[in-house]
Write a protein of this length. Structure first.
Length: 165
């Protein structure tokens, strides 16, 4: 079965480490968030993380948690796990201007979801046609750095062991 991937994160406010499982929410190649073609994400303003080049138009919950924010139109979703880890999954860049066209949400704000739950479906071709980029940032809010310690792939999605500080 292999090693279970974990995230180790240090909560800046209280200086403790939190351990939780994390699976990449979108199938596709991932890179460091600095390679995002959007300055706000690339400079880490939203937080450290990754950018994914989607291979399919589905976003899954990377861990069990609560939908902390669901942007109108479904172009972005935020999750928070019970230990305080917060992640923002932004589908494409400048997709807010699509006003929901090409997005189908399967969750609502404040809903508790299981790891692997389908959160949003999106039309990759429509995003390529109407937005700046299909590249999808995944940012860990409220943290300063991220290091990938181990990576493996299963079902086309990365399963990572990372440290977020």
């Amino acid at each position: 079965m292999g090693e279970t991937p974990f995230i180790f994160l240090q909560n800046k406010k209280v200086g403790i480490f939190i351990k939780t499982k994390f699976h990449m929410p979108i199938k596709g190649e991932y890179k460091d968030i600095s390679e995002t073609p959007d300055k706000v994400f690339a400079e880490g303003t939203v937080g450290p993380g990754f950018v994914i080049e989607p291979e399919e138009g589905k976003v899954y919950a990377p861990f069990r948690g609560t939908v902390s924010v669901l942007f109108p139109g479904g172009h972005a979703v935020g999750l928070k796990d019970p230990k305080g880890l917060e992640v923002l999954i932004h589908i494409g860049l400048d997709t807010v201007n699509m006003k929901g066209e090409g997005f189908t949400t399967h969750v609502s704000q404040n809903e508790v979801v299981k790891k692997g739950a389908l959160l949003v479906e999106f039309d990759i071709e429509k995003i390529k046609e109407k937005a700046d980029s299909v590249m999808s940032p995944v940012a860990f809010s409220g943290h300063e750095s991220l290091e990938v310690l181990k990576s493996k792939e299963k079902d086309g999605r990365a399963h990572l062991k990372i440290e977020v500080k």
